[in-house]
Design a protein around this ligand. Structure first.
Ligand code: HEC
Ligand code: HEC
Ligand code: HEC
Ligand code: HEC
Ligand code: HEC
Ligand code: HEC
Ligand code: HEC
Ligand code: HEC
Length: 408
């Protein structure tokens, strides 16, 4: 009896020690980084150790071992997709074949960004750059943070797949003014069913349609600007040429400008029929997992038709503004290469051009994005109806400018 009572604490202690040694948290604690960072950045250490990589990796795997104390923090390496590629080459390759990797390049290609303060535009990860940091870039392009890119969907330091598979992982960027895919999907039938039944898989999430089989190379047929080439429909092609001129991709004579090279390099538009058809076929394949092929094709065709109809009004509005320049009523602003220039966004100089900018980035986007995301309200009232209203205001402002010009 006595013997047993003496023996128990010893056994318990040995057992506890075994559990302690086997636990990954303590195994990883051997690293000097973790030892100190438990005090310096405790949240990061806890999250890292709770994630899968915390079981076998150390902080130094991604940040290097040169920094060892508070005095030499400048020696820390901040990881880029190249760091992840040493162990996850397939995912990094896919990412680099898709649109996300180009996000930094497209942002820098916008003429207007060169005249925004750094805090607003490309510098401090508050505005444009806070979303576009998902793109691949050289560390030299950044003040300090933001090179990670892969942490956009599975955020550091848990790097959780569960988080990345949740549609909410996309919404910080795919929302709001010019690309409210989150709002459109969430309030569509698809998003509604997902909210009611988040685990049955009955309704598609962003990832179901845009990352089938977990493929990290996101790309759609129409893309953000819905401008494809070539185009069989003659009237639509004429309207598209008018739009491409207002973007400065074609000059007044219809010849390609240097901006076309940027569009090609950043895959901003699908420039061959094959490129478009390949992406469209992939999407039909996705829908066909739940719907009939005919239902899928018919729905996507109806989305294309919305773009065609909106482009009529958009091109007509562009012509109205262009005529003001041609007739000397508006004069090309200093520093602008083209006018009107849609890529100057809200830097537009007249009321008519401000309205044109809204058609370009807000209303036209909502009309066709709403159609593709099965959201009739975005398609019609936030999209089409607004395009019509803006077009009326553009005509009115053009008439006013012409009258004032005559009086002078
Ligand atoms: C003796 C303490 C100590 C040790 C050991 C240590 N660090 Fe640090 N580390 C710090 C301090 C202090 C900071 C600065 C924190 C701050 O800015 O608030 C820091 C910052 C960092 C940062 C952020 C840098 C930045 O610019 O924001 C990273 C990443 C980092 N350490 C990784 C590591 C890695 C990897 C190791 C092991 C190779 C390590 N640390 C070892 C104390 C330490
Ligand atoms: C799998 C790679 C990976 C590992 C392992 C890793 N980190 Fe990081 N860490 C990142 C990435 C990615 C960033 C973001 C870099 C950027 O913004 O440029 C980052 C940024 C940081 C930062 C600065 C940003 C912030 O949120 O404060 C600190 C501090 C940091 N890591 C600490 C640690 C510590 C401590 C460990 C170990 C417990 C660790 N990291 C392990 C990938 C890693
Ligand atoms: C030294 C090799 C190595 C590096 C470098 C590395 N990883 Fe990992 N990663 C792993 C291992 C090992 C696992 C765990 C695999 C498992 O258990 O299935 C993993 C798992 C993951 C997972 C899945 C987590 C989960 O919840 O299932 C993600 C996401 C991930 N890594 C992202 C990254 C990112 C992003 C980077 C770069 C910032 C990176 N990894 C760098 C080795 C690495
Ligand atoms: C809230 C996050 C966010 C902010 C802020 C943001 N963007 Fe974007 N941007 C996106 C997303 C998401 C897309 C892709 C949307 C789509 O395809 O419908 C995108 C698309 C673009 C595209 C089109 C790329 C292409 O290939 O078609 C350009 C150009 C662009 N953004 C430039 C900018 C500039 C310049 C700014 C700042 C004035 C900015 N963005 C601010 C998230 C953002
Ligand atoms: C747009 C969001 C997004 C970005 C950005 C992203 N991932 Fe993922 N990642 C996911 C999703 C979603 C999954 C789950 C895929 C699946 O299993 O369906 C995933 C899964 C993973 C996994 C788990 C194992 C596997 O292969 O499925 C690894 C590893 C991984 N990603 C690495 C990376 C790396 C490295 C980068 C940067 C090049 C990256 N991810 C960028 C969304 C993203
Ligand atoms: C950190 C911000 C960010 C997050 C998070 C993000 N994206 Fe993106 N996404 C962007 C930006 C910026 C672009 C535009 C890049 C470009 O056009 O080069 C983009 C482009 C895309 C495109 C390509 C559209 C086209 O031009 O064809 C798709 C599809 C896409 N994202 C889907 C997703 C999905 C699905 C998720 C979540 C799993 C997600 N994104 C998460 C910022 C983000
Ligand atoms: C039912 C499938 C489906 C779901 C779910 C879905 N999308 Fe889409 N998405 C599409 C289709 C279809 C297009 C247009 C494809 C084309 O051009 O042929 C599209 C286009 C896009 C584009 C390019 C610009 C545009 O809007 O037309 C982005 C970016 C995008 N989706 C992001 C998202 C995000 C983020 C989510 C989740 C909030 C999401 N999508 C949910 C089917 C889906
Ligand atoms: C994972 C399964 C799944 C996928 C993939 C899917 N859907 Fe659906 N979809 C559903 C379900 C379930 C409903 C609800 C059925 C109903 O309306 O009775 C639905 C409804 C719809 C509706 C009707 C919305 C309404 O308000 O009546 C449209 C349109 C639609 N889907 C289009 C598409 C398109 C286009 C694709 C591919 C881009 C697609 N879906 C992919 C499951 C799916």
């Amino acid at each position: 009896m006595n013997k047993r009572w003496i023996g128990w604490p010893a056994v318990t202690a040995v057992l506890a020690l075994l559990v302690l040694i086997a636990s990954p948290a303590v195994a990883a604690k051997k690293s000097a980084c973790i030892d100190c960072h438990e005090k310096v950045t405790p949240g990061i250490v806890t999250q890292f150790l709770a994630g899968k990589m915390g079981k076998t990796l150390d902080c130094s795997t991604c940040h290097g071992s040169d920094h060892k104390s508070a005095e030499d923090v400048a020696k820390v390496k901040l990881p880029s997709p190249d760091t992840c590629a040493t162990c996850h080459p397939k995912r990094v390759k896919e990412y680099r074949e898709g649109k996300h990797a180009l996000a930094w390049t497209v942002m820098k290609a916008m003429p207007m960004i060169t005249h925004q303060p750094s805090a607003v535009g490309g510098g401090d990860l508050k505005g444009c750059s806070a979303c576009h940091k998902i793109g691949d870039k050289a560390a030299t392009e950044l003040k300090h943070y933001g090179s990670g890119a892969c942490d956009s969907c599975h955020t550091r330091h848990s790097f959780s797949v569960k988080e990345a598979k949740d549609p909410r992982a996309c919404r910080t960027c795919h929302m709001g003014f010019d690309h409210p895919q989150w709002e459109m999907w969430q309030t569509s039938k698809h998003g509604t069913i997902w909210e009611i039944e988040p685990t049955t898989g009955r309704a598609p999430t962003c990832q179901t349609c845009h990352m089938p089989d977990g493929n990290h190379g996101v790309m759609t047929a129409w893309g953000f600007l819905a401008l494809r080439l070539p185009e069989d429909d003659k009237e639509w092609l004429d309207n598209r040429v008018t739009i491409l001129k207002a973007i400065g991709v074609l000059d007044d004579k219809g010849q390609p400008t240097e901006r076309l090279d940027a569009v090609k390099a950043a895959k901003i538009a699908r420039l061959t029929k094959e490129d478009f058809d390949r992406e469209r076929a992939k999407m039909v394949e996705v829908c066909s997992k739940c719907h009939s092929r005919s239902y899928a094709i018919e729905n996507l065709r109806a989305g294309d038709e919305v773009i065609r109809e909106v482009d009529k009004i958009f091109a007509d509005s562009i012509r109205t503004v262009k005529a003001l320049y041609d007739d000397g009523i508006l004069t090309k602003p200093q520093g602008w290469k083209y006018a009107p220039d849609l890529l100057q966004f809200y830097e537009a100089k007249s009321v008519a051009e401000q309205e044109l900018y809204l058609i370009f980035l807000e209303y036209r986007q909502r009309a066709f994005q709403g159609a593709f995301h099965a959201n009739p309200d975005y398609m019609h009232w936030y999209g089409w109806a607004k395009v019509k209203e803006a077009a009326a205001r553009i005509r009115e402002d053009a008439e006013r400018l012409r009258k004032e010009h005559k009086k002078m």
